[in-house]
Design a protein around this ligand. Structure first.
Ligand code: BES
Ligand code: MN
Ligand code: ZN
Length: 497
């Protein structure tokens, strides 16, 4: 999809479809008002006869309005004007995208960004719409033998703006599209099955990204021998039950000038989680292919920020392994030594994420980071606590937590903070090693973060548990791309754009 900005009168600009908004109570947005006047009140009469539901996102397609140059007008409900918020705006844009996908209207004039959204400027609304429209074309049917080629849908979207020479608005489109590209990479990787997306495959994807953004993203892959050399006993322990060798992926994006402390992003890269010897039940186990969602979100975020050319130094760390039962697999009770030197009693082999993350968190120290944010599909308990709408956030620094929470709000990719109080640390006690890999009963998301916190003493750190948000179950199951919007917004804010 191509995006541009355009100024002019909406009734005179000729496209295959003009998309305009209407509020509840037959109140028209400015562009809709102009089309209504040009057509002698046809829009108003359609609304007054109740043809458009008042709920945000309802749509009504009108054809050949007299006085309107475009052949179609797509009327989209924005809901009650006084209740207009980010969600209503996104719902309206997404609904318009769905309608457009089914119509042979390649050239679209899109006027929903004029919606009067409290606290959001035009650039925000344009970037958001760009991402949503582009993202609506994402498909996951590349492994079907017969793919449906749809010639329909929007190809060229022009956003109606007051001033088409405004460089900020042009920049908003570029950033919106960059985020959509990052999302697409993350979703593609998350949807790939475990027999294709192995640790080696994740490493190749990172290399590919390095090639695509040559000179901007540097990629280094550590193999089994190098991981042994580093003493990453946690990562090695998880990998030892699998035929797939682990990888440790290091990405560096240097957009800024001079030497600045980097933001380090760490992503859990379990390419399939069977649970290991502490085997998971069979039902829905296929979904554990997305246990590398954290890793995929780090790669997607790198893609987005590189496409945006953010002036920032960011490091990405991805420990990648497959968690399998097997003759050589770790067993409950096994004790291993992490890279930090701390010994870990593995009481449940299904708590493998923290075992690979702890070594990555220790490795992060060498970058003297400004802060470290890890992303992981870490606990089923987080889904119990927050469902599929909100990511769990835990941090050893409240300012960093607040920054991430605000970024999530801005990006429509929300997180909620859970406590990481010292009292919870007492739930992690081992008779035989420094630390067990599971806590006593209850507060599973918090005890998982407590475990990680034992390896993050050297820097400011936050942890995002995306077990519930990175994946959608049910009829249209698949990766969501979260938390790429949150992370990208966080980095944009740090870069001051
Ligand atoms: N990958 C899972 C967490 C998960 C569960 C993600 C469901 C997405 C959906 C993780 O490795 C795991 O198995 N965690 C265990 C920890 C427990 C053994 C302490 C869990 O949550 O059950
Ligand atoms: Mn597990
Ligand atoms: Zn897991």
């Amino acid at each position: 999809m191509e995006f541009t900005i355009k100024a002019g009168s909406p009734e005179k600009l000729q496209h295959n479809c003009v998309v305009v908004g209407a509020y509840a109570g037959a109140r028209l947005s400015p562009a809709a008002q102009i089309l209504d006047q040009a057509s002698g009140g046809l829009i108003t009469s359609a609304l007054q006869s109740g043809d458009l539901d008042e709920k945000a996102g309802a749509c009504l397609m009108l054809r050949t309005l007299p006085g309107v140059a475009s052949s179609r007008v797509l009327l989209v409900s924005l809901g009650k004007a006084e209740a207009l918020n980010d969600k209503a705006y996104r719902d309206a844009v997404s609904a318009a995208a769905r309608q457009l996908a089914g119509v042979a209207a390649p050239e679209v004039l899109f006027c929903l960004a004029e919606a009067e959204l409290p606290k959001r400027d035009l650039a925000w609304k344009l970037a958001e719409a760009t991402t949503l429209l582009q993202d609506s074309t994402f498909r996951s049917d590349w492994l079907k033998s017969k793919r449906e080629e749809s010639p329909k849908g929007a190809r060229q979207v022009s956003f109606l703006v007051p001033d088409a020479s405004d460089a900020t608005l042009q920049g908003a489109l570029t950033r919106g599209q960059a985020l959509a590209e990052g999302l697409a990479l993350t979703k593609t990787l998350g949807n790939l099955p475990g027999n294709i997306c192995t640790p080696a495959y994740l490493a190749d994807s990172a290399k590919q990204l390095g090639k695509e953004y040559k000179g901007k993203i540097k990629v280094e892959i550590l193999d089994q021998a190098e991981i042994e050399e580093l003493g990453m006993g946690g990562l090695l322990a998880v990998a030892q039950g699998s035929m797939q060798e682990p990888r440790f992926i290091v990405l560096q994006y240097k957009g800024g000038k001079g030497k600045t402390a980097p933001v380090v992003l760490v992503g859990k890269g379990i390419t399939f989680d069977t649970g290991g010897i502490s085997l998971k039940p069979g039902e829905g186990m296929d979904e554990m292919k997305y246990d590398m969602g954290g890793a995929a979100s780090v790669l997607g975020t790198f893609k987005a920020i590189a496409a945006m050319e953010l002036p920032l130094h960011v490091v990405g760390l991805i420990p990648a392994a497959e968690n399998m039962p097997g003759g050589n697999a770790i067993k409950p009770g096994d004790i291993v030594t992490s890279m930090s030197g701390q010994t870990i009693e593995i009481l449940n082999t299904d708590a493998e994420g923290r075992l690979i993350l702890c070594d990555a968190l220790t490795y992060a120290e060498r970058f003297e980071p400004a802060c470290v944010v890890d992303v992981a599909t870490l606990t089923g308990a987080c889904i119990i606590a927050l469902g599929n709408l909100t990511s769990g956030l835990l941090a050893n620094d409240d300012a960093l937590a607040a920054e991430l929470l605000a970024s999530g709000q801005e990006a429509g990719d929300k997180a909620w903070q859970l406590p990481l109080w010292d009292e919870y640390q007492d739930m992690l006690k081992s008779n035989f090693a420094d630390i067990p890999n599971i806590g006593s009963k209850g507060a599973g998301t918090i005890t998982a973060a407590c475990f990680l916190s034992r390896f993050t003493k050297a820097y400011t750190w936050a942890h995002l548990d995306v077990a519930g948000t990175a994946w959608k179950s049910g009829a249209d199951k698949g990766a969501t791309g979260r938390p790429v919007p949150l992370l990208t917004r966080f980095l944009m804010n740090r870069a001051g754009v």
